[in-house]
Design a protein around this ligand. Sequence first.
Ligand SMILES: Nc1ncnc2c1ncn2[C@@H]1O[C@H](COP(=O)(O)OP(=O)(O)OP(=O)(O)O)[C@@H](O)[C@H]1O
Ligand SMILES: [Mg+2]
Length: 260
Amino acid sequence: MSFSLETRDLTIRFGGHVAVDAVSCAFRPGTLTAIVGPNGAGKTTYFNLISGQLKASSGRVFVGGDDITSLPAPERTKRGLGRAFQLTNLFPNLSVMENIRLAIQARRGMGLNLWSIWSNHRALIAEAEAILERIALTARRDAPAASLPHGDQRKLEVGILIALEPTVFMFDEPTAGMSVDEVPVILDLIREIKRDMTKTILLVEHKMDVVRELSDRIIVLHNGKLAADGEPAEVIASPVVQQAYLGMAAEDEEEAEAAR
Ligand SMILES: Nc1ncnc2c1ncn2[C@@H]1O[C@H](COP(=O)(O)OP(=O)(O)OP(=O)(O)O)[C@@H](O)[C@H]1O
Ligand SMILES: [Mg+2]
């Protein structure tokens, strides 16, 4: 058994609505699993249950074999669950460099101990600089996070996630709202994390070309239930995905229509 993350019968009800319905799924290190499904299928809610932003109505979450169902979100982060939020991980008034540096310090558990900060200062700065290079933000190192354009803020958020060195990376539509030239930077970062071969990556993504290229496995959520799980080619060809995907394509059409 070498599952880094597992959910067993994970369920949440909002009133009468079951948003995530008895989802049992296990994830291995070195695997990128794409989570697809139509809007409202429960993908983000599934992430919220794993990272601890929401409390399950029933079912369990395991990390490295340990039951973490009752742990609050910060404790889950310490156990290696890394989630990129919609920019809420950023300290807006601190510089790009300081945001990364604080994430490294948080991971090392250095807190605000002045001696440990001082003695490790050089190593800390070098590590932060290496991450700035990876996220292509070296030129903006002294800019306050809040002053960055949206795409750069998303890159910084991935940088903070990398600095925390989680064992499980969760990306929820990481390229949503990004301009065409910014998308490849984010995808490259995900590819690089994947190349490591030791990380477990969960990626919620609507763009099927991205899913096809990056994933080792695809799971489909539909009405909160696990509707398909398998090799990308096989899952993409399945009726449930064809239906959900065509559903999305129709929606894109509507959006395009509305924008005209
Ligand atoms: N806090 C909440 N309270 C009540 N209902 C909620 C809450 N969070 C999510 N839901 C409901 O749960 C269902 C699943 O929502 P979720 O955001 O997980 O879908 P999703 O698959 O991420 O969709 P999208 O592709 O649009 O991001 C929806 O019907 C949503 O309205
Ligand atoms: Mg969502």
